[in-house]
Design a protein around this ligand. Structure first.
Ligand code: KIV
Length: 266
């Protein structure tokens, strides 16, 4: 098996192969997802919510993303690793954006970075892509814009917003991004954008017409507690399985059934 590269991901759209993407934040999960055959692992700033317990992604820092990226890179063998640029790591200046993207590659080992925004971020995407750091765009429901949007709201439900999304998608492609995440928009709008672009679209809450799909790993494994967004398919109830295992352990320790003979040094 061959290491997955940015051109491989772009080619998947050209040859009509759907692109399954998952988030990963740790060495252990990265190893499992990679050996199961996931071609692209995203070290999302969602780590702040699902691992850090924050109510949004805004507090996540560059250092935190670098730490998690390093763990994911160590755990994978073949998958492409994309690191998410946190809020305020690419907004202040083009120079700061380049420097922070560079840190994610140099210190974290990421092979590409992702940042949120369309037309407004085109110059930033171009500046990072120009120093040969591949960039993945992210448009539609952009979680770092939670305060402007007034919550996690589906975007592109009215004509004016649809035209804005189409312009954002084109701007991201023209700026040199190799792929774009489209989040929280109606399926027909996502389909139109996917047809319009030559780079792959990776959907989350954007319906079946995208070139790929991404899910937050905690959501698909059933580790997100009571939060169950309607666009998520949960493939296993790890919450229940872990809880049952831990209850067995508590019982075993209480009854002296663990450690057994086989766990004892002689
Ligand atoms: O932070 C993240 O996990 C993301 C994906 C949901 C696209 O941006």
């Amino acid at each position: 098996m061959k290491k997955i590269t940015v051109p491989d991901i772009v080619k998947m759209k050209r040859i009509g192969t759907k692109i399954p993407v998952l988030t990963a934040y740790s060495h252990a999960i990265s190893r499992i997802l990679d050996s199961a055959g996931i071609p692209l692992l995203l070290v999302g700033d969602s780590v702040g919510m699902v691992e850090g317990g924050y109510s949004d992604t805004l507090k996540v820092t560059v250092d935190e993303i670098i730490y998690h990226t390093r763990s994911v890179v160590k755990g994978r063998r073949l998958a492409l690793v994309v690191a998410d640029m946190p809020f305020m790591s690419y907004h202040v200046s083009i120079e700061a954006a380049r420097e922070n993207a560079g840190r994610m590659v140099k210190e974290g080992g990421a092979e590409a970075v992702k940042l949120e925004g369309g037309v407004k971020m085109a110059d930033t995407i171009r500046a990072i892509a120009d120093i040969d750091i591949p960039v993945m765009g992210h448009i539609g429901l952009t979680p770092q814009s939670i305060h402007r949007m007034g919550g996690y709201r589906v975007q592109g439900r009215v004509d004016r917003e649809v035209e804005g999304l189409v312009r954002d998608a084109k701007a991201v492609e023209e700026a040199g991004a190799f792929a774009v995440v489209i989040e929280g928009i109606p399926a027909d709008v996502a389909g139109r954008i996917t047809d319009d672009l030559s780079i792959p679209t990776i959907g989350i809450g954007a319906g079946p017409h995208c070139d790929g799909q991404v899910l937050v790993i905690h959501d698909m494994l059933g580790l997100s507690g009571d939060i169950k967004p309607s666009f998520v398919k949960q493939y296993i109830d790890l919450n229940g399985l872990i809880s049952a295992a831990v209850k067995d352990y508590i019982c075993d320790v209480g009854e002296g059934a663990f450690p057994g003979e086989e766990h004892v040094f002689k």
